[in-house]
Design a protein around this ligand. Sequence first.
Ligand code: GLU
Length: 466
Amino acid sequence: MSPRKTRFAPSPTGLMHLGNARTALFSALLGDRFLLRIEDTDAERSRPEFVSELLDDLRWMGLTWDEGPGSAQPEVDYFQSRRGEIYRHYYERLEQDDLAYPCFCTASELEISRKVQLNAGQPPRYSGKCSRLTREEVERRRDQGLQPTLRFRVPRGVSVEFDDEVRGPQKFATDDIGDFIIRRADGSPAFFFCNAIDDALMSVGRVVRGEDHLSNTPRQLLLLRALALASPSYAHIALILGEDGAPLSKRNGSRSIKQLREEGYFPSALLNMLARVGHHYEQDDLLDFAALKAKFNIAHLGKSPSRFDIAHLKHWQELAVRAADDSELLQWLREETRAILPANRTALFLDIVRSNCVFPDQAHEWARILFTEELLVGAEEAAVAQNAGTGFYLAALDAASEAGENFDLFMTGLKARTGAKGKQLFMPLRAALSGRLDGPELGKLYAALDPFLIHRRLAEFAGEVT
Ligand code: GLU
């Protein structure tokens, strides 16, 4: 058992969202060795395309696994759907030791029993009806073609205790846990059965997962004990809540990692945001994975749920864009943006992008303004430009042809010719040259624009026909 081997064990029944991405990240941050296991025993809901999306998302986030699909341990299968033989072996052991028994109760019988218990003010749990069946009674039912589930016989009158690494000491009375199903009637294993067995067989030392799994833990510990398998330590992390205070889901603001990737978020933005949901770092600058890991402290994990706020993600995205180097930024741009980027203006453009854009769509908008002839000037921007009067632009044309590409000279020339200064000088120029009232410094705009376009845009407001 490796004390610090952690794992991420997703069920591939949908796209990876912020909640499970955070569980994956925390697991990777809290382990010396990181294992990936695909829990695809639910044949109806698991899909191969979700597996490949999941692997892509994890790779994109930089959460690569030391062990898991595609890693160099050919003797271990990390897909639970292919580990049926292993689970069968453990079912047999439990049955042989009379620690598990077949249960023939139908769904409606179970429902009635549940209602009776609830009405009597008792917590609903399995009555134990089938635990008392004789061998003959079991055979008779099987002969009738009835398919039983398999239930684990929970020992009575003891308590299961463990020290959760986040939530502290935990104690559960086994009398509150009814005998539970470990194999369904169709032969498929219950999730927490193979989940616990695999953690033990794969030598996982520390299980990091959402607190919604806390109530599974006593059952899993009972199973592991019954099978004399080692149990890991558990760290149940508080959930992320959406804007409405309910657990984060698609309905209240969660997004799939795929969607974030397509919107142009940088993985470092996502990791920096997620690592701070319910966890506090002293540093508030953008940290790389190694630094996030080195400074991650399990003792700093809050017990109460935290809210997800898209503004936080955008904040980290802005820092990630500012920190990106030229080749990262170039790759981040949309294909069609790269296509219109003149080679001799790439560095200037990337500089503009780095300090003005947060998403590739915004970068594309600036590339369109700077490097294409189409300029959409809105009504407000046109009014600001026109307010300066045609004389201002005639003077600007004159100053520009004298100054060439030298922006400072251009500005000095324009000031001298018009007497305008400050906003009066900058805003009309900005509006005329870019069709926008905000954006990069004017000097950068001037440098990035082709002189031909500068001339044309100034001429338009000078009333000249070009
Ligand atoms: N397959 C489970 C899930 O996706 C894993 C739970 C666990 O981490 O133990 O919820």
